[in-house]
Structure formats: C-alpha cells, structure tokens
Design a protein around this ligand. Structure first.
Ligand code: 5GP
Length: 111
C-alpha cells in the first residue's frame, strides 16, 4: 500500500479538506507554501506517465477539485498546480497526486 492508500484507509492521519467517492484532498505533511494540498485519486494510478484515455474522467476531476479548493482556501491572488511524474521531476510517492500551492509568491521557472 502507498502512503496515500493508508491515508485513504484512515490508517495514517491527515488533515482532510475534501473527499468524494473518487478522490481525497489533504494537507501535505511537509508544506512548501502556506497552502500545500495534495489531491489524490482513490483508485491507484502510479503516475501521469501511465495515464490512458480510460483515466480521462478522474484527471478532469482532480483539476476541478484543485479549482474548488483554491476558492475554498481563498487563493484569490493565484495558485499553482503541480504533478511530478517520474524521477527527474522528484516524484516520491508512486500514486498520482496533484499539488495545490498558494499563499506565497511562487518562482518561475520551478527548481
Ligand atoms: P511527490 O514528491 O511525489 O510529488 O509528492 C509527494 C508529497 O507527499 C510530498 O510533498 C510529501 O511531503 C508528501 N507526503 C509524504 N508522506 C506524507 C504523509 O504521510 N502525509 C502527508 N499528508 N503528506 C505526505
């Protein structure tokens, strides 16, 4: 089981902000911005590089959830959505997740 499956199963605690039948969103344990939320599909897809057209619906839902959470968390002045896919991107948990970052000025290009 990945760490995120354990959070979904309530075996590991997390500050959950949103949950539907298909996804869950909770605060990152090591935040890189004042707001840092992870949005995770309940069905395991290891990474974006392995997504197929069959994943179209959940991929859309993850981004819609990011927009919904940005409103709920009052990220009026902007926010960033990040998906790390594979080792060069720094992916550390092999369970697809969208990072939602906000409440600070974010640099570009990313590191
Ligand atoms: P990645 O590097 O794979 O894109 O992102 C994985 C994220 O999961 C990291 O930002 C890391 O801080 C977060 N993370 C790892 N373990 C846990 C945990 O047990 N609880 C929570 N809430 N976040 C975690």
């Amino acid at each position: 089981m990945t760490i995120f499956e354990k959070i979904i199963a309530r075996q590991i605690p997390a500050e959950i902000l949103l949950e539907t039948d298909k996804l869950i969103a909770f605060r990152d344990v090591n935040p890189q911005a004042p707001v840092h939320v992870l949005i995770v599909p309940k069905r395991v897809l290891p990474r974006l590089a392995e997504a197929t057209p069959a994943d179209r619906e959940i991929l859309g839902e993850l981004l819609l959830a990011a927009g919904e959470l940005a409103k709920k968390l009052d990220l009026k002045s902007g926010f960033r959505v990040v998906i790390n896919s594979g080792p060069d991107a720094g992916e550390s948990v092999p369970h697809l997740h969208v990072h939602l970052l906000g409440k600070r000025q974010l640099g570009w290009p990313p590191g």
